[in-house]
Every structure is written in C-alpha cells, then in structure tokens.
Write a protein that binds this ligand. Structure first.
Ligand code: V0D
Length: 246
C-alpha cells in the first residue's frame, strides 16, 4: 500500500478530538542511520533536521498544542568537539529556511535547557527565533538543548530556595513546583516517543512524564515520517481507550 493511502487509513482511525495535547520526542538514531549507510555521522544529523522540519510542520497542522524535541542533552557535551560544533550549527540552519513558515503557521519557539552552557552565537540565534515567534498563539515548539531532567529539577529547587528566602513563597505543592520548570505554563506531555529502538528515558523530562504514554519505535530519527507520527498517535489513543473500558 502507498504511504499516502496508509496515512489516510490511519487518519480515519484517529479521533481528532482526542489528540495528545503535548508530544515529547527523543530524536535518537542519527549516528546509526549514517553508519549503516557508510556516511559520516554529520549526514545523519543533517537528515535529522529534515525530519524535524517535516514533523513540526505536520504536528502544527494537526492541531497539537505543544511539541518538545530533545535535540542535545547535558551529556552530549562529552562528544568529540568537531561533532559538537557541527551540531551547534544546526539551529541557525533550521531557522534560515523555517522561520518564515513557523511565523506563518503561528508556531511559538522556545528553548528548554541550560542556556548558559550554549555558545553565545547559538543563544542569540535561538533568542531571535523565540522573539520572532513570541506573539504566536498556535503550537508551542520547545527545543531541549543542553537539557537534563535532573538539571531542570535542581535549578527549580535552587530558585525556590531563593524565592523562599526572599519571602515570596512559604510552601511548595505540585502546581507551584511545576512553575519553576522549563515547561511552566504548558500541560505535561501526554505522549512521549523515542526512536531507534532504545527503551530508556535518558534524563529527558522526568517530572513532567509522571502520567505520560511512552511509545517506542525501531525507526531511526532520520527515517521517521509523518506516518510514524500518526502510528504513535493512534497507539496513544488505543491505550487511552483501553483505560476507559476498565
Ligand atoms: C541533531 C536530530 C534542529 C537530533 C535532529 C544543537 C540531533 C537534528 C535543531 C534546533 C539537531 C535547535 C534549536 C532551535 C532550532 C533548531 C537542532 C541540535 C541538533 C543541537 F532553536 N535540529 N537539531 N539542534 N539535530
């Protein structure tokens, strides 16, 4: 069956009123995708950006409220310097072609992670992308860069200590704690996807995935398509339906 027909068939099985409100994706397998094709790892990352373009476009058209993409972890700083600097060139490359369309599609871009660790130029490029889309009210697109779930929780605790010392808060509850995380004001992800056949959380959103459905696929990120996204959304809805029946 043609991909387009498969997509149509899946779309007919998906309830547009019960879409996930927030999808988080661990975009894994770029290096392995390249190795299997005897290509340099950079080629995998480059192709990975193409997948980001396609999935962002499709998610926002579909009506997803928020999409959080894990692009670079706190651990990724330990990779060879050449690979790190190539990766750091990707946000600029992405915005060069995509920013006009993001603005047009009402997508709002956000950085999630330890901004201070990023090279100044990368910070500026992402800040410009965020500012250019700040007034948009459609899908929120979070790029997790230099992000780690434990780092995020610790920075929340430290800011809470400061606010407590300043007399701004007395007690912390679930809701107040969430306000100190990078995803403040966003609903928790209800669907998390990890590509390339790894079954781990790898220090991605820790607090926020308390009640999240986890969907894994063997597909490497550069090969991940809108059809794979629809399959994950369908799986998500199937699980929700089973819950309802108990
Ligand atoms: C490589 C697969 C888009 C994962 C996707 C700096 C590894 C492609 C961005 C991006 C990366 C980040 C911020 C932003 C706009 C775009 C990106 C990195 C890696 C690490 F504001 N793709 N992408 N950033 N890859």
């Amino acid at each position: 069956m043609e991909i387009k027909d498969q997509e149509k068939e899946l779309l007919s099985l998906i309830d547009p009123d019960k879409l996930p409100v927030h999808i988080a994706i661990i975009m894994d397998g770029n290096g392995r995708w390249a190795q299997e094709r005897d290509l340099p790892r950079q080629e995998g990352h480059r192709q990975g950006v193409e997948t980001v373009r396609e999935i962002v476009r499709y998610s926002s058209k579909m009506g997803i409220g928020a999409l959080t993409l894990f692009a670079f972890s706190t651990e990724n700083w330990k990779r060879p310097p050449g690979e790190v600097s190539f990766l750091m060139s990707l946000p600029e490359k992405y915005f060069k072609t995509e920013l006009p369309e993001l603005i047009r599609n009402n997508v709002k871009v956000n950085l999630v992670g330890d901004e201070e660790k990023l090279p100044r130029k990368v910070r500026r490029i992402i800040r410009e992308g965020a500012e250019a889309t700040a007034a948009n009210s459609g899908m929120v697109l979070n790029f997790a860069l230099s992000y780690g779930g434990r780092w995020e929780i610790i920075q929340a605790v430290n800011r809470i200590i400061e606010d407590a010392a300043a007399g701004k808060i007395k007690k912390v509850d679930d809701e107040i704690f969430s306000q100190y995380l990078c995803t403040a004001n966003l609903p928790d992800p209800d669907l998390m996807i990890r590509t390339s056949g790894e079954y781990r959380i790898s220090n991605f959103l820790l607090w926020q995935i308390a009640y999240c459905e986890l969907v894994y696929t063997e597909t490497y990120w550069p090969s991940f398509t809108t059809l794979d996204l629809l399959k994950a959304v369908h799986e998500f809805q199937q699980r929700k339906r089973r819950f309802g029946k108990i």
